[in-house]
Design a protein around this ligand. Sequence first.
Ligand SMILES: CC(C)(COP(=O)(O)OP(=O)(O)OC[C@H]1O[C@@H](n2cnc3c(N)ncnc32)[C@H](O)[C@@H]1OP(=O)(O)O)[C@@H](O)C(=O)NCCC(=O)NCCS
Length: 165
Amino acid sequence: MVIRDEAPSDGASIRSLTDAAFLGAEHSSGTEGAIVDALREAGALAVSLVAGRDGTAVGHVAFSPVLIDGEDRHWFGLGPVSVSPGLQRGGIGTALIEEGLRRLRRRGAHGCVVLGDPAFYRRFGFTSDPALRYGDVPPEYFQSMVLSGIPEKGVVTYHEGFDAR
Ligand SMILES: CC(C)(COP(=O)(O)OP(=O)(O)OC[C@H]1O[C@@H](n2cnc3c(N)ncnc32)[C@H](O)[C@@H]1OP(=O)(O)O)[C@@H](O)C(=O)NCCC(=O)NCCS
């Protein structure tokens, strides 16, 4: 398996991979594929990595800029992240997220947030910080990690691509 930046020709396979991965997923909005497309169209896929196996995309992770209290403080949001249904729980998602976080660090990102299962994301170093909030989501489901600099306080807003339907 290789992990690489998405290529211009990957759009359609990332879309079908994302739609398939979230089809039976708990807490899915059913819009994750459209979100990735909207982020790409808006130039907001700050990091977009594909896991490829035998020339086929089997996993994908997106990171996009978020605002804190309406300001760009060089923080990013992880997600959506998808692994082909038949290949889940084989380490692909972990490898994509770890490489994505490395890329963010390398580009000097100050931090990263994630909305999702706390048990899964804790292993990467995400923790729940009640000072950094997202809507009315219970704090344990919204986690963050400082990558450089200081912990932030405030209300997080994702890119408008997350409103895509
Ligand atoms: C979530 C997802 C990206 C993880 O990728 P993956 O390649 O399946 O996961 P990995 O094999 O790297 O990690 C496996 C570990 O994560 C745990 N895990 C995997 N998916 C999980 C989930 N949805 N919730 C909680 N834990 C999960 C496994 O129990 C396993 O834990 P262990 O190492 O302690 O046994 C993938 O399962 C997926 O595409 N799921 C459907 C879409 C989705 O839910 N995306 C995330 C939305 S927050």
